[in-house]
Every structure is written in structure tokens, then in C-alpha cells.
Design a protein around this ligand. Structure first.
Ligand SMILES: Nc1ncnc2c1ncn2[C@@H]1O[C@H](COP(=O)(O)OP(=O)(O)OP(=O)(O)O)[C@@H](O)[C@H]1O
Length: 425
């Protein structure tokens, strides 16, 4: 159940936040002119307010067409769409689109506009007062983890792919729409950035409770982000619509199991997050600390390694006893740089990958704008993975036992029926 609306206390003048609305699709159909078969055929789907639903399925099964019918970028040829209970099938599409956020692959930003102008686009169209638009732009950039002072005046070409996607999400959310449609939004970025963007979307959604419909053909992405996943087959026929757990452990048919693919046990790691397991603390020092303080901390009992944080409080280097001395006291040369960090929303799979690529046997956990929050070590991770797989095995054994019991009961009943029938003749 979505939580109640979060009052927007942080930024005066931008008004209260709206939470998600229900989306009901009823027998929704799209037949492109000249095509023998519809691209989307009679899809009926009920999406709850505040949930994230993923549309996943093979290329050409109609995911994008289905998504774009929700904001009427593509006009349906049959069926109805209701948002928040209101029938929007015949509503003015331009007005409708101002109430629905839309984020696409490669961000879709206007290249000749600055970051701030891109984010301000829809609020301006809605004729928000200038001061409210300005406050909203700052708030949105902050929300997606970009420092407004730094990014405000840049043009899209001056941003990395991941930063562009963040601005794309900020723009989609700027007018505070109850519904956010995302069409493979992270399809064009590298895998590490993609992981981080997914984590941020999960964090955002925990704060905002929008109704999100998200298209991907990456099943791992679907299980990581979705509250529920609609696995689609040709013409967007729904093969299964359920939680990630249910789809992984009880796929409806061979098509779904084929889509889930091999390594379901490992995919299970995508379902548990760093926040679900123990985060521990580790001794930290800052680059701003006096040299002597750092030396004292390294010498103090019980510690042979401290985490050095940079000026912004982000993990920077691991320092061991002796590192400073070997580097002639220079912090710039001492220690091992932190290669990768995870957020609390990262999956255990991300965390495992990060731990395995780092030589320290642990990974630092960070919060908003990369600030240090704690660490996860390899032992905690391995124990959690072990427990998780053990629980899965147990569940699979129980499910198998249930099936065998049902089969035995059915055989028994059939035999009784058969012999009962025989006796009568
Ligand atoms: N404008 C159009 N005119 C005619 N046919 C179209 C049009 N757009 C899409 N199609 C067809 O409709 C079907 C569904 O396309 P759609 O882009 O919705 O699929 P998809 O599942 O999003 O695919 P992908 O994962 O490859 O992006 C495809 O067979 C496609 O060729």
C-alpha cells in the first residue's frame, strides 16, 4: 500500500507533492494502418496507485506501443484508459500529457536548452509563477543527486550519459505528475551507471510514491525495480502479471520460465537489498582532519584500516597502518583508492560485485550525493547469500512435496472413480 502524501516541507513555494494514481487499461488495442495483426491486442491491466509496474517481453511484442498509449502519444484503436478513475481515452492528449511524466532512452533533452530550462519546461507550460519554477528546478536537481549550483547552466552535451538520464528524470517529475512513464530510460548507459540510476529510481520512488510504468527488455532490471512485472508475449498478451518473487519461484508457463532464463538462484540476489542486511560502521577520517588525528586514529586499538572521506564526506581511500609513513606523510599518495560504492538500495548482487573487485573485502555504503553511511563486508554478504539460497531450496522442496501430494491424491481419486464406475456396470 502506498503511504500517505509526503508534505513538501523542504522548499517553500512548490506546493504539496502529489502521489500516484491508479491506471486501468481495458481491452486496449492498437492496430497500425496496413498491419495484418494488431501490435497490441486487447490488453487489460490494473495498476495500483503508487506501484512500479514493469512491462517486459521480447523485442517487438508491443511494450512501447502499450506504454505510449497511456499518454496517448499513440492513439489506441480500441479499448479504454482510466487514470485515477477518470476516463482519459478521449481527453485532449496535450492536456493529458502535462499530467504524466515521460522519460525515454538517451534522456530526450533539448540540446539547445540548459539543464534548468529543460527541467522547467512543463511547469512553465503550466504557467507556474517564475519563483515557483525556479525553486522547483533546484529541488528536482537535488532530488536526482545533481548539485543545482554546478549543473543548472550546463547544456546536455556537457553532461555524461548518466547525468543526462538524471536530468531526464528530473524533467519528467518537475510538474509533479502522479504518473511517470519510462521507456527503457537506462538503455543507453554503461552497466555501472545503469546500476546506480536504478538504485536512485528506487530511492526516489520510496520518497515520491508515484505510479510508474517502466518498459525494459532486461529481466534483471525488471526484478530489481518492479513491485510487479507484466511479462508480455506477442501482441502484448500478458503471460504473467505478478511480483518478482512469484515470477521467479512460480513462473506461469514455459514462455515465462524461458524468459526468466538460467541462473534463477543468482537472479534471486537481485531481490535482496543492502538495506535488508547488516550495515556496519567503520572508523573514518576526513581529508580535512589534522594529520596527527589521522595518525592517532590509525594507531588506536582495534583498527588497522580507516576509511578516508573527501571534503564532501564521500569515501575516497582506504588507509592502513604504515600507509602514511610509506607515502612520506602525503595523503594524496597514501592508501588504496575506493573503486566502487553502493547505496542502501543496491542489490546484494551489486554489492557482491563491488566487494569482489575491491581488495579490502568490503564495500562502502553511501547515501544521497555519495555521502558515507557505513560498510558491508564480504562475510555478512556471503552469510546472507547462503541463507537466501537455503530458504529458496527449502521452498522449492516444499512446493515439490505439495505437487507430489496432489498428484497422489488425484491418482487415488481417479482409481476410486474408475473402479467405482466399473463396479456399477
Ligand atoms: N508506427 C508504426 N507503424 C507500423 N507498425 C509499427 C509502428 N510502430 C511499431 N510497429 C510495430 O508494432 C510492433 C510492436 O512494436 P513496439 O515498438 O511497440 O515493440 P517493443 O516491444 O517496444 O519492441 P522493442 O523491445 O524492440 O523496442 C512491432 O511489430 C513493430 O514493428
Amino acid at each position: 500500500m502506498p503511504e500517505p502524501p509526503v508534505p513538501d516541507a523542504g522548499t517553500p513555494g512548490t506546493g504539496p507533492r502529489s502521489v500516484g494514481a491508479t491506471i486501468e487499461l481495458e481491452a486496449l488495442t492498437k492496430r497500425y494502418p496496413g498491419s495484418a495483426l494488431p501490435a497490441v491486442e486487447s490488453v487489460t491491466l490494473d495498476i495500483r496507485a503508487g506501484e512500479t509496474v514493469i512491462l517486459v517481453g521480447p523485442s517487438g511484442c508491443g511494450k512501447s506501443t502499450l506504454l505510449k498509449m497511456i499518454n496517448r502519444l499513440i492513439e489506441p484503436t480500441g479499448g479504454r484508459i482510466r487514470i485515477g478513475g477518470e476516463d482519459v481515452t478521449d481527453m485532449d492528449p496535450v492536456r493529458l500529457r502535462r499530467t504524466i511524466g515521460y522519460a525515454i532512452q538517451a534522456s530526450g533533452l533539448f540540446p539547445h536548452m540548459t539543464v534548468a530550462q529543460n527541467v522547467a519546461l512543463v511547469p512553465k507550460m503550466l504557467r507556474w509563477p517564475a519563483a515557483r519554477v525556479r525553486a522547483r528546478v533546484e529541488e528536482m536537481l537535488d532530488l536526482v543527486g545533481l548539485d543545482p549550483a554546478e549543473f543548472h547552466g550546463r547544456y546536455p552535451r556537457q553532461l555524461s550519459g548518466g547525468q543526462q538520464q538524471r536530468v531526464g528524470v528530473a524533467r519528467a517529475l518537475a510538474a509533479d505528475p502522479p504518473v511517470l512513464l519510462m521507456d527503457e530510460p537506462f538503455g543507453a548507459v554503461d552497466p555501472i551507471t545503469r546500476d546506480h540510476l536504478q538504485d536512485e529510481l528506487i530511492r526516489l520512488q520510496r520518497e515520491l510514491h508515484k505510479t510508474i510504468v517502466f518498459v525494459t527488455h532486461d529481466f534483471d532490471e525488471a526484478i530489481k525495480i518492479g513491485d510487479r512485472i507484466a511479462v508480455l508475449r506477442e501482441r502484448s498478451h500478458i503471460a504473467q502479471f505478478d511480483t518478482p518473487e512469484a515470477i521467479l519461484t512460480h513462473p506461469a508457463d514455459d514462455f515465462v520460465s524461458g524468459f526468466v532464463g538460467a541462473g534463477a538462484a543468482l537472479k534471486r540476489l537481485n531481490l535482496t537489498r543492502v538495506r535488508d542486511i547488516g550495515i556496519s560502521d567503520c572508523p573514518t577520517v576526513s581529508v580535512d582532519d589534522p594529520h596527527q588525528h589521522i595518525v592517532d586514529k590509525l594507531r588506536s586499538g582495534g583498527t588497522d584500516e580507516v576509511l578516508l572521506l573527501d571534503k564532501r564526506g564521500s569515501p575516497y581511500k582506504w588507509l592502513r597502518r604504515g600507509d602514511l609513513m610509506r607515502a612520506g606523510g602525503s595523503l594524496a599518495r597514501a592508501g588504496t583508492p575506493v573503486h566502487d560504492t553502493v547505496t542502501r538500495d543496491a542489490t546484494l548482487r551489486d554489492a557482491l560485485e563491488a566487494v569482489l573487485t575491491d581488495s579490502t573485502g568490503r564495500v562502502a555504503v553511501t547515501g544521497r550525493r555519495g555521502a558515507y553511511e557505513g560498510v558491508v563486508d564480504v562475510e555478512t554478504l556471503m552469510n546472507s547469500v547462503h541463507e537466501l539460497l537455503e530458504a529458496d531450496r527449502l521452498e522449492a522442496r516444499e512446493a515439490q512435496a505439495d505437487i507430489e501430494e496432489q498428484r497422489a491424491a488425484q491418482t487415488h481419486a481417479e482409481q476410486e472413480g474408475f473402479f467405482g464406475g466399473e463396479a456399477k456396470t
